[in-house]
Design a protein around this ligand. Structure first.
Ligand SMILES: [Zn+2]
Length: 146
């Protein structure tokens, strides 16, 4: 049993990616979609004693928000059709927001059906090519990132 757990251990890089996404306020489902790590494994990491403490600490200081923007023909991460959200987490102590993109895909649109969500750094893409769902939404987006 123990030997099997060791054999199936995930690379450190994957675990730290999961932690980073958790700190960005993504749900368990979104983290599964973004990484391909199974739900049970992600849950296990979250509810480990240390993980749970980190999670609660992050929740106390970071407030996540999202704005759905529209459709993109070419995802900046892999090129396929996707649906773009601007996400941000605001540090409740400093008021400082950290922005990032989420591009959601339908299963089957890309090769790996387990990975249907891309998290893109705000500096890696300027949002060009988004077909905004409305002009009001686009205005709100421009105000936020101006
Ligand atoms: Zn993508």
């Amino acid at each position: 049993m123990i030997a099997q757990k060791v054999l199936h251990r995930w690379p450190k890089a994957v675990k730290s990616q999961v932690n980073e996404l958790r700190e960005r306020g993504l749900t368990i489902k979104e983290i599964v979609d973004a990484t391909g790590v199974p739900t049970g494994t992600v849950q296990h990491w979250f509810y480990e004693r240390d993980g749970a403490e980190e999670y609660r600490a992050a929740k106390r200081t970071m407030r996540p928000s999202l704005l759905y923007l529209g459709r993109i023909e070419r995802c900046p991460a892999h090129g396929g059709v996707g649906y773009v959200q601007l996400r941000w987490i605001k540090n409740v102590e400093t008021g400082h927001p950290t922005y990032f993109w989420i591009v959601q895909h339908n299963p089957g649109q890309i090769g790996n059906a387990k990975k249907v969500l891309d998290v893109v750094r705000i500096g890696d893409w300027d949002g060009s090519g988004i077909a905004f769902v409305s002009t009001g939404r686009e205005r709100k987006f421009r105000r936020l990132v101006a």
